[in-house]
Design a protein around this ligand. Structure first.
Ligand code: ADP
Ligand code: ZN
Length: 710
């Protein structure tokens, strides 16, 4: 196989070539290259990366570097179609086999795969298990990539029994490496994946789950009016983008939708109580970018792979941090700034408490709700809370959540914090929160004395701090990631490794002054924007161009060019084909297909004449990127003979000399010999013996040689 003969250096170089050629990116994100190397070396590989982290490239690029086809297992047919469409838009041959297509279509795809024409095949687990044993031996499989791998775990929030049967693949084809990918942050579930897939010594890659581009805000105690106003102002600021409004109930979703439509915005409603066609229609309109908002219950989102969702509003607090994180994670997958605003009210809390109590797992759900509430009420950086919830340590405040922006007053909390951690450790991490506070305050409660907690050094050391302040401080410590609560052991307080490092260090610990009865922080009023800068106007124009193209071609807007690419265009302002093609995020195929309309927009905005792109120059660009004439023809939707004609002209003009890559010595010899033997009839004679149109090129090469030798 190709990968066996390549050394690391070659692998890195080829991987970069693929990244530039097909995706138009100049560098890998952290860990991507390591993951690619791992699977290319044949090792089972587990990849845990947040949504939008860039997982897809880590199995797509290795596949492009190998001879065969990679099988991608994924649960939802809707997602398969989107992913295949996105790959094809980048010029990567991909297909899906599934029950929504006819048997004959599915058969054609399998044949194409046997002929080596498909690099990635998307398929559901049940279909793979049923079909694979019947596939012909001609099909070369590189490896199996299992996307949404958390579906294999009963611990996960999206367990799918079919996934558990995937280990059968291992028994069928023990030679195939397996790559499991997921964006789940749930630890138990992570551990389950390797075991369930019977992985042999897998390489594990865990990236940070931080999504720094998502700006977090919580707005307490909203009225209906404030909710709607906030959503409207988001739409106003992003008129050509879309966002999701998550509501707790179907009725809530409907009434927000109505309010938005009343005000003239393009909005649809989506919840499980609607007929399937209506849901589908709303979803399609959302994906294609024609909606400004979709008002939905949590039923919406699983099958959504839209990269440019710019904002998410929760009109009510979600039931737990996992769901919240997953929902806001749908925003800004392209890495561009996105906003997540959550409203939070006492009424939500009461409803959610009732839900939790009535659920089968009331204790766990109540606990999860409590953590969600702590997030909502937090006075420390919200991102720190999210990350520490998922077991990650954030050592800095993020700077782009509402708490960081309206930073509360801080004080040096070194003494009480170290005192509390020290007490927790001295009692062998056996005390719960209220016991710990009583120890610190020197309470004489019976069970405290009975357990001998009064004999530790810190007993009573914090008697001058009132209990509510201690409680608030412990909460802050939890949110900072200094301590954890062991829910499975009666809520005992344990000190994290990070907390222990803090305990040992001399650094002052600055915390917000705990205000036990806080007035709600005054919100900054957003200044209404009146002036639009030229760059902002260009971005608006580019989005319009994109929307028009999207309607014309029937392709979702973000599959034409993502928002991050439009931003790159605004800052680079390419005015000719070459610079356009060199813009970050524009792969070769997209450069060729879309340069004209976008260049027209850019040049117009700069007061320049419309673009003139000579067709042979585009061919030249692709030749220099090592495409062959038939590939260029396919990519540009022109005849191969036209491409040869271009090359002939380029040779005549002295712009291209590397033709021995395109014409083999035997083809050239055949041409020369036939012509020498029959100087008048050779063209007819060669017609069927050389690719269509190659003679034009051979003649040009010949002219060149004569020029030189004469
Ligand atoms: P995931 O599958 O992890 O949710 P994707 O693979 O869809 O994430 O990638 C999210 C976005 O990041 C996509 O727009 C993708 O093109 C972009 N991306 C991925 N890798 C890179 C890279 N190396 N440089 C720039 N953008 C990248
Ligand atoms: Zn913050």
């Amino acid at each position: 196989m190709t990968n066996n003969v390549l050394n690391i250096h070659d692998i890195d170089e080829r991987a970069h070539t693929m990244l530039r050629r097909f995706y138009g990116y100049s560098s890998f994100r952290p860990m991507q290259l390591e993951i690619i190397r791992s699977i290319l070396s044949g090792r089972d590989t587990i990849v845990l990366m947040p949504t939008g982290g860039g997982k897809s490239i880590t199995f797509q690029i290795p596949s492009l570097m190998m001879d065969g086809c990679t099988i991608v297992v994924t649960p939802l047919i809707a997602l398969m179609h989107d992913q295949v469409a996105a790959l094809c838009a980048n010029g990567i041959p991909a297909a899906t086999v599934n029950s929504s297509q006819s048997d004959s279509d599915n058969r054609t795809i399998i044949e194409a795969m046997a002929n080596g024409h498909i690099k990635l095949l998307y398929i559901s687990p049940e279909r793979l298990l049923a079909d694979m044993p019947r596939w012909s031996n001609d099909i070369r499989i590189n490896f199996i990539a299992i996307d949404e791998a958390h579906c294999i775990s009963r611990w996960g929030h999206d367990f799918r029994p079919d996934y558990t049967r995937l280990s059968e693949i291992r028994h069928m084809r023990p030679d195939l490496p397996v790559m499991a990918l997921t964006a789940t942050a749930d630890r138990l579930c992570r551990e389950d994946i390797g075991a369930q897939l019977e992985m042999k010594n897998p390489a594990l890659f865990v990236s940070s789950f931080d999504r720094p581009n998502i700006d977090l805000t919580v707005l307490p105690n909203p009225g209906t009016r404030q909710r709607i106003d906030t959503i409207c102002s988001l739409i106003e600021r992003h008129p050509f983008d879309s966002g999701i409004v998550y509501c707790l109930s179907r009725k809530g979703a409907e009434s927000v939708n109505e309010a938005l439509r009343d005000r003239g915005y393009k909005s649809e409603v989506y919840h499980a109580g609607l007929p399937a066609e209506q849901r589908q229609k709303a979803q399609n309109r959302f994906k294609s970018g024609t909606l400004q908002a979709i008002c939905a219950t949590v039923a919406f989102g699983m099958g959504i792979n839209k990269s440019n969702i710019r904002w998410i509003v929760h009109t009510n607090m979600p039931a737990n941090i996992e769901s919240y994180y997953q929902e806001i994670g749908r925003a800004g997958r392209d890495g561009m700034p996105a906003k997540a605003i959550m409203f939070y009210s006492m009424a939500d809390l009461i409803t959610l408490r009732n839900f939790a109590e009535q659920s089968g797992q009331s204790a766990i759900n109540a606990e999860k709700l409590k953590r969600m509430q702590q997030y909502a009420e937090s006075m420390v950086c919200r991102r720190r809370i999210l990350l520490s919830y998922f077991g990650e340590t954030a050592t800095h405040d993020c700077g782009h959540c509402d708490v960081c922006r309206n930073a509360p007053a801080r004080y040096d909390a070194s003494t009480p914090v170290r005192m509390a951690m020290s007490a927790a450790i001295r009692v062998g991490q056996q005390a719960g929160a209220s016991m710990l506070v009583d120890i610190l305050r020197g309470s004489a409660r019976a069970d405290l004395m009975a357990r001998g907690f009064n004999r530790i050094k810190t007993y009573g050391a914090g008697h001058d701090i009132p209990a509510p302040i201690w409680n608030a401080t412990l909460l802050q410590m939890l949110q900072m990631g200094f301590i954890e609560i062991a829910y499975n052991m009666g809520g005992r307080i344990t000190v994290t490794d990070y907390g222990r490092r803090i305990l040992m260090s001399q650094e002052p610990i600055m915390l917000p002054v705990p205000e036990v009865y806080t007035e709600h922080r005054t919100k900054q009023r957003k200044q209404p924007k009146t002036v639009i800068t030229p760059d902002e106007q260009l971005l608006i124009d580019l989005k319009k161009t994109r929307t028009d193209l999207s309607a014309k071609l029937g392709i979702p807007a973000d599959m034409i060019l993502g928002d991050q690419v439009l931003a790159a265009i605004v800052s680079a302002k390419p005015v000719d084909f070459r610079t356009f093609a060199g813009t970050e995020g524009i792969g070769d195929r997209k450069a060729v297909r879309y340069s004209l309309p976008f260049l027209r927009t850019i040049r117009k905005s700069l007061g320049m004449t419309p673009p003139q792109i000579a067709s042979p120059d585009i061919t030249l660009y692709l030749l220099k990127r090592e495409y062959m004439p038939h590939e260029i023809a396919g990519m540009r939707d022109i005849k191969q003979s036209t491409v040869y004609g271009h090359i002939a002209r380029l040779i005549d003009d002295g712009k291209y000399t590397d033709f021995d890559r395109i014409v083999s010595p035997s083809q050239y010899k055949l041409f020369v010999n036939t012509r020498n033997a029959d100087p008048t009839g050779y063209i007819d004679q060669l017609k069927n013996r050389l690719p269509d149109g190659m003679i034009t090129l051979l003649l040009a090469i010949d002219r060149k040689y004569h020029d030189k030798t004469d």
